[in-house]
Design a protein. Sequence first.
Lengths: 292, 677, 336
Amino acid sequence: MSAVSNEPVSALEVAGRPSPNLLRRLPDSKVAMFGLGLVLIWVIPALLAPVLPLKPPDAQDYLAMAHPGSSASHWLGVDPLGRDMLSRIVWGARTVLAVAPVAVLAAYVVGAAMGLLAGYYGGWVDAAISRASDVILSFPVIVLYVILIANIGPSVANIIVAVVAASAPGISRIVRGLVMSLMHQEFVAAAYLRRESDVFVMLVELLPNCRGPLITDFCLRLGYTTITIGTLGFLGLGLPPPNPDWGGMIKQATSMITVFPHMALYPTIALVSLILGFNLLADGLTELSQAD
Amino acid sequence: MSLLEIRDLRVEYTTSRGTVAAVQDFSLDIAPGESFGLVGESGCGKSTLILAIMGYMGRNGAVTKGEILFEGRNLVRAGREELRRIRGARMAIVYQEPATALNPSMTIGQQLIEVPMAHGEATAADARLRAVRVLADVHLPDPDSVMRRYPHQLSGGQKQRVVIAMALLANPALLLLDEPTTGLDVTVEAAVLDLLNELRAKYGTALFYISHNLGVIAQVCERIGVMYAGKLVEEASAEALFALPRHPYTRGLLASLPRPGADKRTAPLVPIPGVVPAAGRAPPTCGFLSRCAHGERGKCDASVVPLLRAAPAHVVRCVRWAELPAMPPAAPPALANAPTDVGATVMEAHDLTRVFSVGRRKLIANDHLTLAAQRGRVLAIVGESGSGKSTFAKVLAGLDAASSGSLVVLGEDVARRPVRRRAAKLVAAVQMVFQQPEGTLNPSHPVGWPLARSLRKFGIARDRRTVDAKVAALLEMVRLPASLRHALPRQLSGGQKQRIAIARAFAGNPELLIADEPVSALDVSVRAAVINLLLRIQQESRTTLVFISHDLGLVRYLADDVVVMYLGQVMEAGPVAALFDPPYHPYTEALLSAAPVPDPTVKTTRIRLEGEIPSPLNVPQGCRFATRCPRKLGRVCDDTPPPLREATADHIIHCHIPIEDLRAVPPVFARAVATAH
Amino acid sequence: MTRYILRRSLEMLATLIVASFLVFVVCEFSPGNVARKTLGAFALQEQVDLLYKKLHLNDPLLVRYVRWVGVLTGLQADPLQDPALGLDFKDPRGKQYFGNFGYSTLFKAPVNDVLWDRLGKTALLAGLAFAVIVPLSLILGVLAGMRAGSVLDRSLSTLSIVMTSIPEFALGVLLVAVFVVALGWLPGTSPMVGNTGWSTASQLVLPVAVLAIYDSGYVARMVRTSMAEVMQKPYVRTAVLKGLPRRQVILRHALRNAMIAPFTVLLLQINWLISGVVVTELVFAYPGFGRMLLEASLFGDVSLIEAATLVALFVATATQLLSDVGYRLLDPQARR
């Protein structure tokens, strides 16, 4: 069959459709890049905090308390206890940026497992997982956090537990929906025709194809979780002192807001810019994924 | 004077990767009342053209050159309000997917009435009367109740009639049709095409019909243009185009389609090599050069090729049109000439039934199917949507389990044994090629991965070196370069993906291959290559092929045996030659008559079915086909299941009509059969 | 439809039961115990132990949960009101009636006396916020989604993202800094009493603003996405190419379909509002339900936590049911 064999084929000749790998296309979106920039503003100093020429975040400078505003020795001034604001904000970034991603990642492990099982098996497995998720999701979020943290106590581990409990059901719902639509795809049938096991189909055939929407959701959730951690700090349920924690810093400074507004303002700006960064990143990623 | 006159049109899109000229150098005239057809494959720019005529190109599209004159007005320069007055009133459009073209949260009546009202032509009461009248014109039963319904309460065919009615409401001078029958069943498609011809005669509307399907165009259009890579490459009257195509692409398209009466032994399909270029990716000189068998470097790629006049009303964009050899081009070596001998039975279904529970109701997908396939032969299963052919394929492949009956494959009853309960050897022996090239490969893994995985799971190869060698061999078998194994599916064209799917199915040396509409989602010009490839491998390996299709032309071409299904039951079964001549089952006859033939000289008998296929949730009691049968005898058809009649030993028909009477029916392709002999 | 509502109501009841049990379980982790909290920090250990025994607090969790349900449904008398305990807890409604949430150890009063007054104040706050959120987010979202990618869309979308990126407490601090500290236009706290020199209306402005700004941004984004999606639909193209004026295309064809998805989101905002309320009430010292819940949680007042959670969950699930029913009415395809 000469007619068949002379087909010139090259992968390059075919239309170069955009890569499904969202992260690789990130530079295409200005919004996403701006968001990433905002996040990096905090990630880089947070990583470098131990080697930066910062004052120790807990060291109290009693002399500075008389004039707590900006000065040559304290660029952003000091807090009500005379501690260096700049140092506390940078070390606070370290706390948020360490806790939030770990907590969200943990929530993802639990949520993705739930969603995979529910979407793949359907039937009573799905019913059980979905009903349980519904119960958790009907709690107003902060009520869930407050009740949990107030009872199990504020600590990094417990905040992670609370984030997992509150976020996993939402993640499970997303993954379940994705899996259910993927299950109709013919490559899944093709996998059955190779006698692949359920676990293989779930982890190797289905999960990698959930990537796109999950990356976006991950960024959004980082934003929410940052808000949550800040809010918990503000409610007095954050990390126990002396951990510098933006939410706690804002709470501490509110009583002084009439006199020294900078004490509340700087950590607020820090917090908002980081959340904005995560949200813009998510928005840009959504835009990219819809561009095809 | 022309109704529509397009001069030197160029339509460009700006994307993140630069500007793409979707339509270039395009000129066209359509006279009042004329029907013009434009044929082209995906990405050739035909939909862009239609939307440009309507002035609807989205934020990133624009006409950058040329003009579109409609009734003397230049639409390219028309203002928003001027365009609005023309749209829907003087010029209307019928869309490809009627399901999405209608607003889901408004009733049909609301959506129809607003058309004349928006153009200030009627009061609400007048508009309503007119809407009801047009609904009657498009043969929708009970127009008043249709007016009150929501789109989701209508079937696909009914929705398309509503969209046509909506387009005709204001009595436009020009009707643009964008693949209006794609996605509809063959019998429904035939009825819609008849309707278009009828309405054109009645209203005197000019038609501008675009489609990838030459057969459909041949049935509706007087003049035909062929579009390739954004340019018009040929234009002529329908007769001239089919009788004497001038452009190598037009010739290639016709040669790659099965002609009525032809089969794989007498007239093999000639594929067009290569793939359809993406929009704007073709070279500016001759876009077809890389796929052309007659191309000449230095001549064809020297300068931009203009439209050349080959005959008084026949233009062609090819510098070598006068030097081309006569049609038909030399046929490639045919498949082994001897008809396939009848071998051992590989698969035999007996009373196979699959019933789904939908709430408290029963959906009967397969109802006492009895059929068999022999070693090395191609068994085609033909039917429209709802016939249960895909359900049968799934049960056979082990992706679903039957409710009752037996299905013996290679000596084992597998009716209630899905893949997980089949031995590895049996799973490898029964493989499948799926319909959708988009979904058949996992987008997250390179295309070589499923091949290697199959080889390992079926124990064909274990160590890395053997696997690599076997993967290369499989790619070679489907004529793909070995380097492609590391490519991701999105880098492949649809045809290439289906080749990978074929390679994957053959990885375990199957004895029985199920192919469920493997080419229906592919571009016309690459279908033939995939079909030829599939048949060659099938024949070389003496694999039994169960080929599922709704395309009778294709089935006629490639099958050895055919089973015609309707609503979960076998209507007729027999060797392919016997099926396409009387005696026919009335349903087979209707299917044959409905199939669009890419040749205006072939006249088929006009047998049109009433209504649509009943829901499998609520099947007729006696003969399944009784509700739509044009040859229905009477109550007996409604009440009693039809008897099995034997036309010959291996040709059976389930029908109440005696075989002698069926034998007396005139053949559907009267002239075609005569000319073929 | 009636069947559907009935089925959903039963599901809702099941959710409430499971959730209240979960709260019971979580409260078990709390350090200290109910008896100690009831008696206060200065009570002798023997008194605590005695009360502990009398209240059968060493019974298994499930037994105590069933007892709590018994008190709530009026099948059983509230053990804390037993005069033999000498706690002097009295509920004017009696000690056994339907809807008896028990006695708040934090406020030293029957839960029913504390709860409903607070809830009323919060309903006022949330209602006002909702009245701002709905029109604001619809206008922002529809204007942005109408022409996806336009300058207007980009500016409004960015505005919405910024609005959702400011946590309520931070927003509260910022607004106080501007309107209270710098300008002195509004009061910094909202105790909702008349003797502060500020009218109650002025006391409501900032809390409502905090709630409305944060949630409007979120809902506006949803509306925008939905609107932009609908504007891409073939049926909108059909409407344009029918020759309908743009106004009619948007109002008749796009808007109704675009509202279907955000309608659900909008009603689910009640759930978010309750969350926001906790924080906002704390920032502005507003005497509402949210602050009460926070204080009860920190104190470990199980009866009050249970009651508050049940009310919050009831509101959340009831709006969910309402939104599902509304969805079915809006979308003819879901109507059966």
